[in-house]
Design a protein around this ligand. Structure first.
Ligand code: NAD
Length: 435
């Protein structure tokens, strides 16, 4: 067997055989192999979750602390490989708590499944339009559990694609605490033949839309400007920090290139939480970016503005941050609540329902973005990032345990961000017995 080539029957092998093949073929180092396949229980779990599994990827998991969301104190589990994300989220929460934290809103768990019909004449379309109730009864019969839980069919929408003349049937379904992809696909496939015979068309395909436009959640905060003084860089007034945050918001509204990175900063928080709960990160990300571009121009998902003072802070301006986006996340279903790592994340959050989880995600996204914008308009983000870079250099140089921090501090103090410098510092500290 040539190196780098797995046998064609790879996916048909059992887990142990697949692992053996990977070891033989790629000859991984002990550390690499341990990182993904050391825990046989997790590998067994991966094996029933995905095809051709060989193990699990241990993405760093941390907890951002100190969030106050709708008056509830919360810790946020976050799975992310980027160094500064969790620290920044906790930092933002601490600042925003001085203004009462974040408040949120959200709608129902409404999703749409699409059935694409070709050859459906206008009479067929008309016939279908009159049978909404019949279709609804059928959808709810396919998934009686959803209806019993207060969810289920919520109507349909018919539209024509102008170029292909395809008739699109959009089934709107309340999926309650599920993300709903499987539930919707099952419903759509289940009613497909009925819809075909009512419309006289032929279904080309049917699947949920990840747009989730009716499943939006939002968050806002209102912070007296003076509370920004501790966050201000040396020589910068709190008012100037606030003015720059608002200006940064307007820049993102005007400049698409910046809006993309602005939103990436939001997704740093949202995707980390979505991944920690083992929700569908791709679905959430696709929906978020489509929503950002809904006007035809890619826009920031969050905005910041200054407003006049409140009753408690007469005369003082308030910095207000707002976010809203589609968030199709479940508190059960798929891997959510099934994989023990997901259950741990849900436990940390106090086992929220799907709508609550979505609102928490919106709040985390806003806080994450606030931390990034705040850093950008004051000292810049590199200062924080370099700290983590130094820690990685120390680790790569061989530092372990407490040594990592000591070497990283020395790397940062000396401004020597290179592997050689980190190795030299480690040797020196060990020699001096200070490591
Ligand atoms: P699922 O198939 O596990 O369905 C949820 C289950 O939970 C249903 O059986 C439902 O009856 C049950 N349930 C129990 N209590 C419930 C409650 N309170 N509210 C709602 N349902 C309750 O999961 P799903 O959410 O339908 O689908 C999610 C999965 O589908 C994810 O793994 C996702 O990655 C995957 N998927 C996604 C896409 C996509 O395009 N995004 C496409 C296909 C599959």
């Amino acid at each position: 067997m040539s190196l780098g080539k797995l046998p064609e029957k790879f996916r048909k092998l059992d887990l142990q055989q697949r692992q053996e093949q990977v070891r033989l073929t790629f000859n991984p180092e002990q550390e690499e192999w341990q990182a993904v396949a050391a825990d046989s229980g997790l590998s067994d779990l991966a094996d029933i979750m995905v095809e051709s599994a060989i193990g699990s990827l241990p993405v760093p998991l941390g907890i951002a602390t100190g969030f106050l969301i709708d008056g509830e104190k919360l810790s946020i589990p976050m799975a992310v490989e980027e160094p500064s994300v969790i620290a920044a989220a906790s930092y933002a929460a601490k600042i925003l708590n001085q203004g009462g934290g974040l408040s949120t809103w959200g709608g129902q768990s409404l999703m749409t499944a699409q059935i694409f019909l070709e050859g459906a004449a206008p009479e067929g379309e008309h016939q279908l339009r009159r049978r909404e109730e019949q279709i609804g009864t059928l959808v709810d019969r396919i998934q009686p559990g959803m209806k019993a839980r207060g969810g289920g069919f919520r109507g349909f929408e018919l539209s024509r694609l102008p170029e292909s003349d395809i008739l699109v049937v959009g089934l709107r379904i309340d999926v309650r605490d599920a993300m709903g992809a499987n539930a919707l696909n099952t419903a759509a496939e289940g009613v497909k033949s009925e819809i075909e015979s009512l419309s006289g068309g032929r279904a080309v395909m049917c699947i949920l839309s990840n747009a989730a436009r009716e499943r939006r959640s939002g968050a806002r905060f209102s912070l007296p400007v003076s509370k920004l003084s501790a966050a201000a860089a040396a020589g910068m007034e709190a008012e100037e920090v606030a003015r720059r945050i608002v200006l940064a918001s307007r820049i993102a509204e005007e400049d698409e290139q910046r809006a993309i990175t602005h939103n990436k900063g939001i997704m740093n928080g949202i995707s980390a939480l979505v991944l920690a709960t083992l929700n569908d990160t791709r679905a959430v990300e696709a929906a978020a970016h489509a929503w950002a571009a809904r006007s035809g121009r890619y826009q920031p998902l969050s905005t910041y503005r200054l407003r006049g003072g409140s009753a408690e802070s007469v005369g003082e301006q308030l910095l207000e941050g707002t976010i809203e986006l589609p968030l199709a996340v479940g508190s059960l279903g798929g891997a959510v609540g099934f994989h023990p790592a997901s259950r741990l994340a849900l436990r940390v959050l106090g086992f929220p329902g799907a709508q609550r989880l979505a609102r928490i995600a919106a709040a985390v996204g806003l806080a994450q973005n606030f931390a990034a914008v705040l850093a950008l308009v004051t000292g810049g983000i590199q200062r924080g990032h370099m700290k983590y870079h130094a820690a990685r250099l120390a680790y790569a140089a061989g530092a372990r345990g407490k040594e990592v921090r000591r070497v990283a501090e020395a790397v940062a103090n000396e401004g020597q961000y290179s592997p050689e410098a980190a190795a030299g510092i480690l040797r020196r500290l060990r020699r001096e017995g200070k490591a």
